[in-house]
Design a protein around this ligand. Structure first.
Ligand SMILES: [Zn+2]
Length: 108
């Protein structure tokens, strides 16, 4: 099992409850609970997402994104179809990446 460390304080993250993944530009990074709330929550910009990538709310959003992706795929909207698919796929990819890279290594 691979160990997950906080990007900020390098502390070992031992459970999913302590793991907060966030997207900075196109990098998915892992933080412990303390660092996430101390640092990341204060920074609200387009580059730094305020919603953690992991967690129940994020899974719900990923579900919506998947539904959106399917709807867009079958929709008759030629002009924005491919850009939309690209954006939605990227959002979904970030979610999956967060899981594969960090979450699956941790117990609940
Ligand atoms: Zn930390």
């Amino acid at each position: 099992m691979r160990q997950v460390h906080c990007q900020n304080c390098d502390q070992l993250i031992e459970s999913k409850k302590d793991l907060f993944t966030t997207q900075i530009f196109f990098m998915v990074q892992a933080y412990c609970k303390k660092c996430y709330f101390d640092k990341i929550k204060k920074v609200s910009s387009l580059a730094v997402s305020n919603t953690p990538l992991n967690g129940r709310y994020s899974n719900f959003l990923a579900g919506l994104t998947l539904v959106g992706l399917i709807l867009v795929y079958f929709a008759e909207i030629q002009y924005i179809k491919y850009p939309l698919i690209l954006v939605l796929a990227l959002v979904l990819f970030m979610r999956v990446y967060s899981f594969v890279r960090f979450e699956r290594h941790l117990p609940f």
